[in-house]
Write a protein of this length. Structure first.
Length: 220
């Protein structure tokens, strides 16, 4: 029996299973056909659910990273405002009060440090910039909104990854069940009609591309 490779994606197994189920049905092996069709349908559904879970993870990552961009942009704009107030502004307060370690301390923070460091920037802005300061009025609302979106984004990513992992486990179980059912079907068919005839119900792996022809050597 020709079987899909262990590394084959679910779609390959689904196509294979549908072919086998159809051949069996056309030959009058209704019970065997229904068993293969059922296992194939379960595998197909689980693979689609896993694909949806992966898409949800990408959406959550995009939302989280958008929040990160909001925080970074607001911080860069505040830095530019403060540094542009005078020739030596970048070496004096309040610039040095907000950015004692440079702007990268905030914008290049690790995932684990991101929220803590931007909260620190918020605290520094509240402590060292007057309420009427234009830099403060622009920075603080952006930090509040950005931190809220960041927390929501991190939670969404964690939740989506958890669901994706669960979905992947379901696919693995469905794949095992599908393989077992196809193998048992092959064994039952061999008993019914013999090995040589049974082989015809299980297709050979399909090649996805033809080998390209050699490029002819140009003549002078």
């Amino acid at each position: 029996m020709h079987f899909p490779r262990d590394s084959a994606v679910a779609d390959v197994r689904v196509k294979y299973g549908r072919y086998v189920a159809r051949r069996l049905r056309r030959a009058g092996f209704a019970v065997l056909s229904e068993s293969v069709a059922g296992a194939t349908a379960t595998l197909k559904a689980s693979a689609r659910a896993a694909a949806d879970a992966d898409e949800a993870t990408e959406d959550a990552l995009a939302d989280r990273d958008a929040a990160d961009a909001t925080l970074d942009t607001a911080t860069q704009e505040a830095r530019n405002r403060l540094a542009g107030r005078g020739v030596h502004s970048a070496r004096e307060a309040p610039y040095t009060d907000l950015f004692p370690h440079g702007i990268s301390y905030y914008t290049a923070a690790t995932l684990d440090e991101q929220e803590r460091r931007y909260k620190e920037l918020k605290d520094r802005a509240e402590a060292h910039l007057p309420k009427a300061d234009e830099a403060r009025k622009a920075l603080l609302p952006a930090l509040v909104a950005g931190l809220k979106a960041w927390r929501e984004g991190v939670t969404a990513v964690d939740d989506a990854r958890t669901e994706a992992a669960k979905a992947a486990t379901v696919v693995a179980k469905a794949t095992d069940a599908w393989r077992r059912q196809v193998e048992k079907t092959y064994g039952a068919l061999v008993q019914e009609i013999g090995r040589s005839a049974a082989e015809g119900y299980f297709p050979r792996p399909r090649t996805t591309a033809k080998a390209s022809a050699p490029t002819p050597t140009p003549t002078a």
